[in-house]
Design a protein around this ligand. Structure first.
Ligand SMILES: NC(=O)c1ccc[n+]([C@@H]2O[C@H](COP(=O)([O-])OP(=O)(O)OC[C@H]3O[C@@H](n4cnc5c(N)ncnc54)[C@H](OP(=O)(O)O)[C@@H]3O)[C@@H](O)[C@H]2O)c1
Length: 297
């Protein structure tokens, strides 16, 4: 099958693309900045997910699309609304025009109408567009994803190299259910030709439900470091996030490493049911500690 993967150059996109290629499919990949490495069987198409021209070129000759593009922070016109919602509408239009009827969509656990964060609300709008698209769709909702090059475990691991203190942002009592990027990639690759997955929304989460302090303790245990875990009071965390949001996009052209929207998400449980994806697609994530031990080593 020929498959278009949007967001193929990102952390999750690299793993999904590798798995889809290993499964014997040909990949066309869309991203604004193309990777420098030669990806062999992957044909790269430069462009934004909101550009109908780029999408119509990218989807040419494909039978399925894996739509992964998403952002965790806003920069300039890369807003949640534009990238998550409008981008998904454009992808669905491109699919319909090109006669592509299979669509695997990347959402996120916690996505629901009226969610506290704009990240989750715009992901919900995108899901609704996918469900109403008339295509044969499957939606995946991961909790936080860990793996080589992730922006979560690796962020705290790097911080723990030089800082005597690791910040616990948010209340520290909300539970996450981390899932390995390998399991996420397998789920997408296996769903491509799995009739059972059509019209279903799957949670992607691992076997462990952990609070942020427990996750930090595990990272420290695995790296053999001793650091103080300190809770950052809500008001200070919000002030710091507001400052980072003002400085990062303007001075560095990048999204802030911590935003007020992320703080809202960190204060709610992000847990799900790994049963259905294991039953239908045979996908099961490794336990958190064993998995991070592999890639942090
Ligand atoms: N990582 C997690 O823990 C996690 C958890 C739940 C859900 N998710 C979802 O999984 C997806 C992938 O996340 P990730 O962690 O792999 O993020 P990432 O590393 O930041 O990758 C995002 C990808 O999207 C591309 N992209 C961004 N804006 C674009 C645009 N306007 N047009 C075309 N491409 C664009 C990026 O390439 P360019 O910037 O070069 O265009 C990159 O390839 C997202 O939808 C995210 O919401 C991730």
């Amino acid at each position: 099958m020929n498959v278009l993967i949007t967001g193929a150059s990102g952390f999750v996109g690299r793993a999904v693309t590798g798995e889809v290629v290993r499964a014997g499919h040909a990949v066309r990949a869309l991203a604004r900045r193309l990777p420098r490495t030669d990806d062999g069987p992957v044909v790269w198409v430069p462009g934004s997910v909101v550009s109908p021209e780029a999408l119509s070129e990218a989807v040419r000759g494909c039978q399925a699309v894996i739509h992964l593009v998403g952002i965790i922070g806003e920069v300039g016109d890369q807003t949640f609304e534009r990238v998550h919602h409008e981008g998904t509408l454009r992808v669905l239009e491109a699919c319909r025009s090109a006669g592509v009827d299979r669509c695997l969509h990347m959402s996120a656990l916690g996505t629901r109408p009226g969610a506290a964060s704009r990240y989750h609300r715009t992901k919900w709008a995108a899901e609704e567009a996918v469900r109403g698209s008339g295509l044969r769709w499957t939606i995946f909702r991961p909790s936080v994803i860990q793996g080589p090059g992730d922006g979560f475990v690796n962020l705290f691991e790097r911080m723990s190299r030089w800082s005597p203190v690791l910040p616990v942002v948010g209340r520290g009592t909300a539970r996450l259910q981390p899932v390995s990027v390998g399991a996420v990639a397998q789920a997408f690759a296996r769903a491509l030709d799995a009739e059972v997955a059509i019209g279903k929304t799957y949670d992607l989460c691992g076997p462990d439900r952990m609070t942020l302090p427990e996750i930090l303790a595990t990272i420290l245990r695995v790296t053999g470091r001793r650091r103080i875990r300190m809770r950052l009071p809500g008001a200070i965390a919000r002030m710091q996030a507001g400052l980072l949001e003002a400085v990062y996009p303007r001075l560095l052209g990048r999204a802030a490493p911590l935003s007020r929207d992320q703080l809202l998400m960190l204060d709610e449980d992000n847990i799900g049911n790994p049963g259905p994806v294991e039953r239908d697609l045979g996908v099961r994530s490794a336990p958190f500690e064993a998995d991070i031990r592999r890639f942090l080593a």
